[in-house]
Design a protein around this ligand. Structure first.
Ligand code: SAM
Length: 358
């Protein structure tokens, strides 16, 4: 091969390898970014990534085309990677105006989103060029994108415009909500706190319902293990279920005397029920994961075949991936099929498992 052909060959290779790369801004719960990186590494092999917010947000390059990467991630939903968006434009600018101009010019070219329902999701680092809050940046962008006649919405958008304004670089992407794993900005699902709400734990069940599509309204009799003070119990009662709540601790006074509630003030190791008495079992004990799994599997005789279980698993270890695998294996052994496993936004140092008994 002469020199010119070698050069052309290299350019060709270069083009091909660019096709086989895509960049994403990825988010996990605080402190869990290394595990989200590990999940991607297991899926894609080696990984190049840079932290944008320590322990939480990173930008990574995957050695596949964007389409392939999307397909892989969506087919095997990760546990710790809460949210991601594809990077279509990277901007290094000296001034905010230059950066904004670049974002505007790029998005105005994405004519396929014209006239559709769009959510603009902005996040930034503390030392970003943009010094005001993210909402002000969103308003500024909305104003600049007027020619596209977009309908702005927070819920159920057709497209999401994502902008992460980091210290030196701004990352921009336009994607469908399902490709981002969540249609909330950074996967941070917000629920309105209600008057008289018993505990924030209720948000975990609300988020699990949304994340996994659990049809809580369709169940009749639930067993709630580690129920006090009663956030989950109140949620299930509101959905019209009959609830048996087990906890040595006190339930919230607002639940006293509820006609659909039976409270058993005992340790869950000391209770027994009829076979197949329940069609839903929930457990949020914030306790040793192995002990929790042992206790729950010991009570599974009371769950009907086809019944559902929602369980939080505390990650009291430096090796959460191995622990999750071990706990899932314990449940699978006990005829529970894992339908979903996810560290929800409202989970702290834990994950939520959604399982069905077969
Ligand atoms: C995080 S709180 C549960 C919050 C509850 N899901 C809510 O929505 O309000 C954990 C509860 O598990 C209970 N618990 C811990 N070990 C238990 C056991 N062995 N048997 C029954 N309850 C237990 C504790 O008493 C505590 O009330």
């Amino acid at each position: 091969m002469d020199e010119l052909n070698v050069m052309q060959g290299l350019e060709e290779e270069d083009r091909k390898s660019q096709d086989l790369h895509c960049k994403w801004v990825c988010t996990a719960n605080h402190g869990f970014a290394p595990y989200a990186q590990e999940e991607l590494r297991r899926m894609f092999g080696s990984l190049k990534s840079t932290m944008l917010i320590p322990g939480e947000v990173f930008v990574t390059t995957l050695g596949r085309s964007e389409e392939e990467a999307k397909g892989l991630i969506m087919s095997k939903p990760p546990i710790f990677l809460r949210h991601l968006f594809p990077v279509h434009l990277e901007i290094t600018a000296e001034t905010v105006d230059e950066a904004l101009h670049a974002v505007e010019a790029y998005i105005l070219k994405r004519e396929e989103i014209s006239g559709s329902r769009v959510s603009i999701q902005i996040r930034k680092t503390e030392n970003s060029l943009w010094t005001e809050n993210p909402a002000a940046l969103r308003d500024e962008l909305q104003h600049r994108l007027t020619p596209l006649q977009l309908e702005y919405t927070v819920q159920a958008p057709e497209w999401i415009i994502s902008l992460f304004a980091a210290d030196g670089l701004w990352y921009v992407g336009v994607s469908r909500p399902e490709e981002n794993l969540s249609d909330w900005n950074g996967g941070a699902v917000r629920f309105q706190r209600e008057e008289g709400q018993i505990s924030r734990a209720k948000f975990k069940l609300l988020e699990a319902e949304k994340q996994f599509g659990i049809p809580f309204d369709s169940f009749r009799k639930a067993l709630d293990i580690g129920a006090a003070p009663g956030g989950w119990t109140s949620f299930l009662l509101e959905r019209g279920l009959q609830v048996t709540a087990v906890d040595p601790a006190k339930m919230h006074p607002s639940l006293h005397g509820h006609k659909n509630l039976r409270v058993i003030h005992k340790n869950a190791a000391d209770v027994s029920f009829k076979e197949h008495e329940f069609d839903l079992l929930v457990c949020d004990m914030s306790w040793s994961p192995k002990q929790t799994a042992k206790m729950v599997t010991g009570l599974l005789y009371s769950l009907q075949a086809g019944g559902t279980a929602v369980i939080t698993v505390k990650l009291l270890t430096k090796k959460p991936m191995a622990l999750v695998k071990e706990i899932m294996a314990v449940f699978e052994e006990a005829r529970m099929q894992v339908q979903g496993a996810k560290q929800l936004f409202h989970n702290r140092d834990e994950i939520t498992l959604y399982m069905i008994k077969y």
